[in-house]
Ligand binder design. Sequence first.
Ligand code: ZN
Length: 326
Amino acid sequence: MRKALGLFIILIFAAVIILPAIIIEGISLLQPPVQVQSGQQLVRVYFHQGGDIRIIPLEEYITGVVAGEMPADFELEALKAQAVAARTYTLKKIEDARSKPDDHHPGADICTDPAHCQAYADDDVLQERWGLINFWRNKGKIQEAVRATAGMVLTYQGKLIDPVYHANSGGRTESAAAVWGQDLPYLQSVPSPWDKEAPRYQAATTFTLEELDRKLGVDLTSVPAASLAPSGGTAIRVLERTATGRVKTIKIGDRTFSAVELRRLLDLPSTYFTWLVQGDCITFNTTGYGHGVGMSQYGANGMAREGKNFAEILTYYYRGVKIENR
Ligand SMILES: [Zn+2]
C-alpha cells in the first residue's frame, strides 16, 4: 500500500513538474513561428549576448523594452509614449520578419541589441540595476504605462510608422531626410525646447591628434595647428550643414565624412557639434544626444511635466500620425 502511494506521488510529480518542463523546453527548442495565444501576440526575441531566442508575449516584451530604453523615473505619460513607440516598432519588425527573415537573426523577429533593433531588459537585469525595492516600484510604474496603452500603435495612412527616437535633440529635432536621406512625412524637424533643461544637453569629447589619425585614417599630426581651427582652418572644414545647424558633411585631413559616419567612428553623442583645438588635442563640443530624428525622450518627459498626455507627445514628434488599436 505504501509502495503504491509512493509510486502515485512520483507519477503526480512527473505529470505536474517534469512533463510540462519537457514540453516547454521542447517548444522553445523548435522556435515556433509567431502565433496568437490567448489573445496575445508572441514575439521571437533574439538575445544578442547569449545567442538564444526566447518567445515572449508582446506586452511583457514591451515592458522590458521601455525599461531598457527609458529611465524609470520619467513621467508616466512619457513612459506611455515610449511604450506605444516600442510596440509600433516591434509589430513592424514582426511584419518585416514574416515577409523577409532578418539576416542578423534568422528565426527571430527582433533582437536585444540597441544598435540593431531595440534594448530589452529582463527582470534579472533590472533587479541588478535597480535593487530589489526599486525593482518592484519601477517595474510597477512601467507596467502601468504599458497596460494603459495596451495594443496601441502609431500609423500613417494606415501603415505602421518607423517610430525612431533619441535621448535629447539639443533643442530641435532633425528630419529623417537630413540624416538618412529618406524623406518621411511624419519624421520632420520640430522645436524641442524642453531638451535644453535636460541632462545630456551638452557634452565635450576630447581626442589627441594621434587618436584622431588612428580612428579616422588621416594625418592631422603633420599639419600646422592653425589649419585645425574651426574658423578659417583648412584641415578640418564643415562642408555642409543640415537645416537645423547640425553638421552634414565634414572634411578632415584629406578625407570627407558624413557626420553620421564621423559620429559612429568617434562615438560622439550627436552630429550637432563644434570643435576646439588646444595643444595637440581636439575637443568636440556636442549638443544633444542621439541622431535627433523622431521623438526626443527628454523632450517627451518635459512635455509630460507640463501636463501633456502621451497622445499629445506622440502626435507632436511624429507629425500627422494616428494612434490605433491593433
Ligand atoms: Zn536586431
